[in-house]
Write a protein of this length. Structure first.
Length: 463
């Protein structure tokens, strides 16, 4: 019997259609609490590996963590059943620190020979963690534990064998996707282990799986929420001030919605085309190699609760900082579009969501904090009958005066209809607003591929 089967891409987007009652039809894990069930069929399989042997006297702290991981695993729901989950726990023997999944909880979505065989092979591994080791010489599990940051790939074949020693075994057992998440104690903030997920299906993103794990861990006072940290660190009252700006402008001019975007920091590592690179927190293959912008955790103001669905869609998607309305505002200081729903999906992937919410006209402007130097893009959606945005600009100038703590981007008149399709604006690191990304800031480019309408209301600012 052949072990191969067609692998179909599975997107996490369709899962939003599942309500809490329908989630029972999605696969749950079959959890092996200590792994002993895996070896019942073959007593010859040894769990003693590399000179490390599980001891009868279990550390109470490790046992407590293990119990929490078991409870969390039992809550996990996956898109497809051919998935395996393992927990790797740190142990100290003498002066050496090890990571092992021996006597640690694990699980599979379905009892499958390939999944169980790979899991049993993993039980023979003990990973040595050394502070002075070169990160690239470590196993993915050790790298995740050492860095405290996730690592993932949509295609295991993209790993070089030296970066993923189990690559050949994973391919042999028909595994494709890979995700490893650090687990932190919510009280001490110490890393207590790593959760490893492998899938047989080829996923274009892992956002759903990450959210599942984070939600399950939270109930056990554990976390990997650093994964979903927002694009900037808030200083006292800074985001409150931005929210006040959004509210004032929306209330004064009856704008339906305003929200904040910022460059998303690199908080994950991804293997792509045999190279391990830093990436944003979207866990989406579309973001690989890009500098992205996110609105997660940042202030927004909606005058109508019916627009919360659109804002939620914005939180769930990153924008390419080199394209679109928001990207142009980041690189040029401000940007206007009479109808964002007419932009291509590449230029504005939220166009369909905007159309469904009745949003069309949009104005975006750069805002920089004087104290933190953080850069934000404020995105204002305008009423369809607003013919002149100069009053909105004047209100922004008034609110962001000398004592506001912010500097507004370029508010001079703009006419994008004169900018050729081939023109590109390249920014340096100062446009990124995140020290973590300054080294690659020169890769951030805003390319104008759409002529603006000749009747742009911003032209009236020239008068």
């Amino acid at each position: 019997m052949s072990l191969s089967r067609p692998i179909q891409p599975v997107s996490s987007a369709y899962l939003s259609s599942y309500g809490s009652g329908e989630s029972k039809y999605l696969p749950h894990l079959k959890v092996f609490e200590k792994g002993e069930e895996l070896f019942q069929s073959d007593p010859s399989q040894s769990t003693i590996t590399g000179g490390y042997e599980p001891r009868a006297n279990v550390d109470p702290l490790n046992q407590n963590t293990q119990d929490k991981i078991i409870a969390a695993m039992k809550q996990l729901i996956f898109r497809k059943e051919h998935v395996l989950v393992q927990f790797w726990s740190p142990h100290v023997v003498g002066k050496q620190k090890f990571l092992t999944n021996i006597d640690q909880p694990s699980g599979v979505g379905v009892i499958d020979e390939r999944l169980l065989s790979f899991m049993i092979n993993s039980k023979r591994k003990v990973l040595v963690v050394e502070d002075e080791s070169e990160e690239e010489d470590l196993d993915p599990i050790a790298r995740v534990f050492t860095r405290g940051l996730p690592e993932w790939t949509c295609d295991i074949t993209s790993y070089l064998p030296k970066y993923f020693p189990q690559k050949a075994s994973a391919i042999h057992f028909d595994l494709s996707g890979y995700l490893a998440l650090p687990v932190f104690d919510s009280t001490t903030q110490l890393c207590v282990g790593v959760i490893e997920i492998l899938t047989s299906s080829e996923y274009p993103d892992f956002a759903y799986e990450v959210r599942q794990v984070c939600d399950a861990l939270k109930k056990q006072n554990l976390t990997c929420t650093r994964v979903f940290d927002g694009p900037a660190e808030n200083i006292p009252n800074e985001w409150d001030k931005i929210w006040g700006i959004l509210k004032s402008v929306c209330d004064d001019h009856s704008l339906p919605l305003a929200q904040t975007w910022a460059v998303s920091p690199f908080t994950t590592f991804v293997s792509y085309d045999t190279i391990i690179n830093q990436c944003c927190s979207s866990f989406d293959a579309k973001c690989i190699g890009k500098i992205c912008m996110s609105t997660v955790r940042l202030p927004f103001y909606a005058r109508n609760k019916n627009l919360w669905r659109f804002q939620k869609a914005c939180r769930e998607r990153h924008l390419d900082s080199s394209r679109g309305l928001v990207g142009k505002a980041l690189s040029r200081g401000s940007c206007f579009r009479e109808d964002v729903t007419k932009l291509s999906k590449e230029e504005y992937p939220l166009g369909h969501n905007a159309h469904m919410s009745g949003l069309t006209s949009c104005f975006a402007i750069l805002l920089q904090s004087v104290e933190s130097k953080a850069k934000y893009v404020l995105e204002f959606f305008l009423p369809s009958d607003m013919e002149d945005v100069s009053h909105v600009v004047q209100t922004l100038k008034r609110i962001t005066g000398v004592d506001s703590g912010f500097v507004l981007g370029d508010t001079s008149p703009m006419d994008f209809s004169d900018i050729s399709d081939s023109e590109s604006i390249v920014t340096d690191g100062s446009h990124i607003g995140s020290s973590a990304n300054e080294s690659i800031g020169k890769r951030c480019a805003a390319t104008f591929t759409h002529d603006e309408e000749a009747s742009s209301p911003l032209k009236k600012l020239k008068k």
